[in-house]
Design a protein around this ligand. Structure first.
Ligand code: FE2
Ligand code: FE2
Length: 285
């Protein structure tokens, strides 16, 4: 395993301006006709537009004081996240909102992010770095293991894999921005800040996630102990997306951690191939 302490100098973060046409006719439980798997992915998709706006704001503050490479990367990060939000707004409206009301989930998220925006810019940058670590390791998992999304409609798979690939590609932009923002701190103080912010973000993420999933279960009329047991099995055991990222998650707490200590460029290429436009889309684009 490579053990880089910084983003590779030759990494190019390339916004891929794609439009997905997932349509309005997807099954309510679009992941393998399974309400549990669908709730898991719906919770992510419902949160993306709101959360990605927060990410953009938090990093944009530091762009002017970054060096040329990081400046370019922040610009590319913003372009990628903006396009992710645009595509998930469409997907959420056409697919999720066909069967579910997202009002309660949106209100919950807004309250949390209103609170996050009251933190110092440095803490906000740290929170984005921490949440982007989650995004990157879960994205890696979704690309690497076809069991996760293999039963979803093809165009939704392409949307999710396009997004996941770009998340892995820009996985260090928020981290590098945080390191810039925290450059006046001593290494132990910087470590303590990012470790403590990660603990808070982990709690907040699970809090949101459980709220959102519970709301989908409520709307499906399946909010029972048996459903939650199945859900825990789904996330931690089979296919176990969350269970599989516990090791990578913990690597954040290593003092010398950097997202590119593991070179993930092969998985970015895999996502790019799997999400490539179909011939009909390519010619009409
Ligand atoms: Fe994104
Ligand atoms: Fe991201």
């Amino acid at each position: 395993m490579a053990t880089n302490r910084k983003t590779p100098a030759d990494l190019v973060i390339r916004p891929r301006d794609r439009s997905f046409h997932c349509g309005t006719q997807n099954p309510r439980w679009w992941v393998g006709n399974d309400p549990i798997a669908t709730a898991y992915y719906n919770a992510f998709s419902a949160s993306f537009p709101t959360v990605e706006r927060y990410f953009i704001e938090a990093l944009l503050r530091y762009r002017d004081r970054a060096g040329p490479q990081l400046q370019k990367e922040i610009t590319a990060f913003i372009a990628q996240e903006s396009m992710h939000s645009r595509e998930h707004v469409t997907f959420n409206r056409d697919s999720i909102c066909n069967g579910y009301d997202l009002t309660r989930i949106d209100a919950f998220l807004k309250k949390r992010l209103d609170w996050a925006r009251s933190l110092t810019p440095l803490r906000q940058a740290a929170s984005v770095a921490a949440l982007e670590h989650f995004t990157a390791i879960l994205s890696y998992e979704v690309i690497d293991d076809p069991r996760h999304l293999g039963s979803a409609p093809a165009e939704i798979q392409r949307l999710m894999l396009w997004h996941a690939g770009e998340e892995v590609e820009h996985k260090a932009v928020a981290f590098d921005t945080f390191m810039l923002a925290a450059q006046s701190l001593s290494p132990p103080a910087r470590w303590l800040l990012r470790a403590s912010v990660m603990v808070s973000c982990t709690v907040l993420l699970f809090d949101f996630f459980l709220f959102a999933v519970a709301d989908f279960f409520r709307q499906d009329g399946i909010a029972s102990a048996a459903t939650w047991v199945r859900f825990l099995k789904f996330v931690f055991v089979a296919p176990g997306a969350v269970g599989h990222v516990i090791g990578p998650y913990l690597s954040w707490y290593l003092p010398g951690f950097h997202p590119w200590r593991k070179d993930d460029r092969a998985v970015i290429a895999k996502a790019e191939r799997a999400s490539a436009p179909q011939p009909a889309q390519a010619t009409s684009a």
